[in-house]
Design a protein around this ligand. Sequence first.
Ligand code: WTA
Length: 655
Amino acid sequence: MSHDAITSHLKETRRFEPPADFAKSARIPTREAYDAMYKESVESPETFWRRETADLVLRTPWTTTLEWKLPHAKWFQGATLNITESCLDRHLMTATRNKAAIIWEGELGATKTLTYAQLHRETVLLADALRKHGIVKGDRVAIYMGMVPEVAVAMLACARLGAVHTVIFGGFAADAIRDRIHDCQAKIVITQDGGYRRGSVLGLKEAVDKALAQPQAASVQKTIVLQHLGHDRCPVKMTEGRDLWWHEIVGESLGESREATVCEAEDPLFILYTSGSTGKPKGVLHTTLGYLAGVHVTSKYVFDLRESDVYWCTADVGWVTGHSYIVYGPLSNGATCLMYEGAPNFPDWGRFWRLIEKHGVTTLYTAPTAIRAFMRQGDEWPKKSDLSSLRLLGSVGEPINPEAWMWYREQIGGNRCPIVDTWWQTETGSILMTTVPGAAASKPGSTGLPMFGVVADVVKKDGTPVGAGEGGMLILKQPWPSMLRTLWNDDERFMKSYFSDVPGVYFTGDGARRDEDGYYWVVGRIDDVLNVAGHRIGTAEIESALVSHPSVAEAAAVGRPDDLKGQALVVFVSLRPGVKSGPDLVTALGEHVAKEIGKFARPDAIRFTDSLPKTRSGKIMRRLLKDVAAGRASTGDTSTLEDLSVLAKLRADED
Ligand code: WTA
């Protein structure tokens, strides 16, 4: 592990008090109120969580708040529920019944609204169909879809039956789909014909077909295909006996069995694959009530959600942000969510801002990479739209640089909206650190204070805390309800990945510092995980994709600082004997990675070297490669780095 990502000095000193207008009616209106809630959540978790989950319509209440046997946490044992009753059924008895749950806008401008009653009905119908096709509690169902309202229906329909969904981001290629299906032995895949991205059609069913053609995906018995684009725009091949049209199987169902499966608090809810520092993707497992409690409470307080809000989280539902803050968290709070199918810059850089004006969006939750991209296009784009409906802005996924934070505040938030910078991970399930809007001042670039029940610290490798303002490893000292429970089928890796770097506590993989006010500043990953444009990419996955190409002998992937994407992906490749480097091979290797993983993982630069610099024990010297990558920024540089071995010799004693 390298610590060079950690910087230890505080440069940013600006501070913005909560806007008075916002604080006046905020759910947490003062710092004292936050402090009291935080204290209670840590010292009396039972009282805190019982009160804060009181509206979630549990079938039976819990008897044990927490059982903690490192590394295994069990929260709220004894409780039974169905999470869809907490997210949907409970609203049918109130005025929320006919309120919009999801307002969807397609890339070409079509819109569609599902009220809570309609979303409930769609969910019940699909659940009924899944049941008829053999899905029972505990079965795994893979979902490979774009940003359409039906992706939420598919997730909720699985949850209705107690089946475990695994959503695969629509940007993943066939081989990545196959690996995920194989790992969790999914029985059904729910997909759609295709979707729009930047004006062109992406064939989603086609990618599923390619994945299922391979023997590793043999667990899949059926696919359910949503007709989103229709035959003229996106013809698909249906395999007799395996592929079913969504509208046909749902049409056959009267939805007579509306009954939701009763689940235990600790029953698995979903698996979401994410990248680790070594090896294949990790199947992060979340269970039912702890996860729900985490996303429910954070959605309510971090976004200060109100009956009248139109809330828009721009993440893709294929990542954890979409799971927690498009589907489960907002719905459990009865919120109205905007969902947008397409690219932020389609047909031009004004699209996001027009969407805000058109739908009266009050709350925008997006990623720093998007903010930086908009910033580059100039202030004239947001100025063309009326953004006065906005009252709160959020940021997630990567560190936000103060310059982008200020632009977001001034140009998008009109200096009137608080910005919540939320730190969390696939593994944490819900936001663990955030600016508390209305209650605490925000500092550009700081992820603020711990959320309820979160006990964090910044430590050295031996576990001793560092001083205020000093860099170190970000750890979590106590279990929290929405934490991952294990890695699917790999409990050993679970322990090793999270609880062994700093013995006995959860290590996040991030470097951070905490200032004198107790605010956290997350610097970024200090393990071998990259964060490229907010996408989490494991260096090991990239490397194994590259070495599977016949020309490649060895490969090493590192991150290079990038003004727009936060980090850019640079790979160093040594070739097999007799293979000649050149621009064609750069293109071929880029395409190979896109095919193996997905287009979003295509390297920004590919550099050839005779051999990779290694320590005497044979470890690749990543620190050196990072320096080389950062120092010679020319993209697509194909020259052989002859001096690499010399540099390696010079630095051989350092690692
Ligand atoms: C990074 C995304 C700084 C961090 C929700 C973490 C952040 C990784 C922030 C998890 C933030 C997320 N400031 N860094 N506000 N939010 N990160 O699993 O390095 O896709 O470990 O979850 O993103 O990425 P993941």
